[in-house]
Design a protein around this ligand. Structure first.
Ligand code: GLN
Length: 321
């Protein structure tokens, strides 16, 4: 009896590993997948420009706080705007350089992801007009993440090659469909940043990064093959899910939703508007990543993880344009 207990104890003690050893062994098992091909620029030029962005939320949105923090850390003046503020004409989107649509479950997604949210904006004539006006200016940008990505697709804000800057809720070029698994998928996934026109991904090409995903309707579908071909040939697919060889993949589980070509996000043909299924704003601090110790070692940027670069890029682009 005693013998076997001490044997067990010995076994347990010999299995005690340091955090570093644990990270290294996980690295060996899972493959050291992350490679950051750019230097995170933490030294912001302080300017007296007041660059305002609006984080637009609806009932059921849940990613607005993290999004605001990431934008604030990049230097923006961040406004918390509800759809009701827009419908009441209390705020006009005209005053903002960026419109940000965060993730969540707007109206509980009861009509399908972001369908009710899209309708509430598109069927209000003044709001529709001011969104179209915002899109048509050449010094504005927008970002939609997850439910926000679904919203941008439902509104037809991305995917239209002629960029008429009119909302198209009746026949949008891109729609988001249920994950092939038929389930809500939530995990840390690996993505590759591809050369593209997206202003927020400037100089981040070819990096392989981990990022949180959490969605049930993340599969991109296109009105026809022309829509997809135009996005591909015009470098409007800035981010794809990759397998453990870092090749874009349609295969589950590395691709959580079955999107063709591993597509995880698309941008407008001018690069200013970006719709992403993954959540960079939930991955901007190293401590939000799994295996934090190793990431700190790998990236050496204190608490800030490589995804912060997207927000720095947006700020830098706005101060130049
Ligand atoms: N994280 C999110 O924004 C989720 C989006 C949407 N509710 C879905 O499940 O697909």
């Amino acid at each position: 009896m005693w013998e076997s207990t001490s044997y067990e104890l010995e076994k347990i003690q010999s299995n005690v590993v340091t955090a570093e050893e644990e990270f290294n062994s996980l690295e060996n098992r899972l493959g050291p997948v992350y490679s950051c091909n750019f230097e995170l620029n933490n030294s912001l030029a302080v300017s007296d420009l007041s660059l305002k962005v609006a984080v637009i939320r609806e009932e059921g949105t849940n990613g607005d706080r993290e999004m605001s923090v990431a934008l604030f850390m990049a230097g923006f003046e961040v406004w918390d705007i509800t759809v009701q503020d827009l419908l009441n004409d209390a705020v006009n989107v005209d005053q903002f350089r960026g419109l940000i649509f965060p993730g969540g479950f707007s109206y509980g997604d009861v009509l399908g992801s972001a369908k009710g949210w899209a309708a509430s904006l598109a069927f209000h004539p003044n709001v529709k007009k001011s969104l179209e006006n915002f899109m048509s200016k050449n010094n504005t940008f927008s970002l939609g993440v997850c439910n926000g990505c679904q919203l941008m697709c439902n509104l037809g804000l991305v995917g239209e090659i002629n960029e008429s800057n009119t909302l198209n809720i009746d026949d949008p070029p891109v729609i988001m469909c249920h994950n092939k698994s038929g389930r809500y998928e939530s995990r840390f996934s690996t993505v590759k940043i591809n050369p593209s026109k997206a202003i927020m991904f400037k100089d981040m090409d070819e990096s392989i990064l981990g990022v949180w995903i959490a969605h049930a309707e993340g599969r991109f579908e296109f009105r026809n093959a022309d829509v997809k071909d135009a996005l591909v040939t015009n470098n409007c697919i800035p981010i794809t899910f990759v397998d453990d060889q870092n090749i874009s993949t349609e295969n589950y589980p590395m691709n959580p939703n079955g999107s063709p070509g591993g597509i995880a996000g698309i941008c407008s043909f001018n690069g200013r508007h970006l719709a992403l299924m993954p959540h960079p704003e939930r991955s901007v601090f190293t401590w939000q990543w799994p295996y934090t110790y190793g990431l700190k070692t790998a990236f050496k940027d204190g608490d800030r993880a490589p995804w912060m670069q997207m927000f720095y890029n947006a700020y830098e682009w706005c101060s130049r344009n």
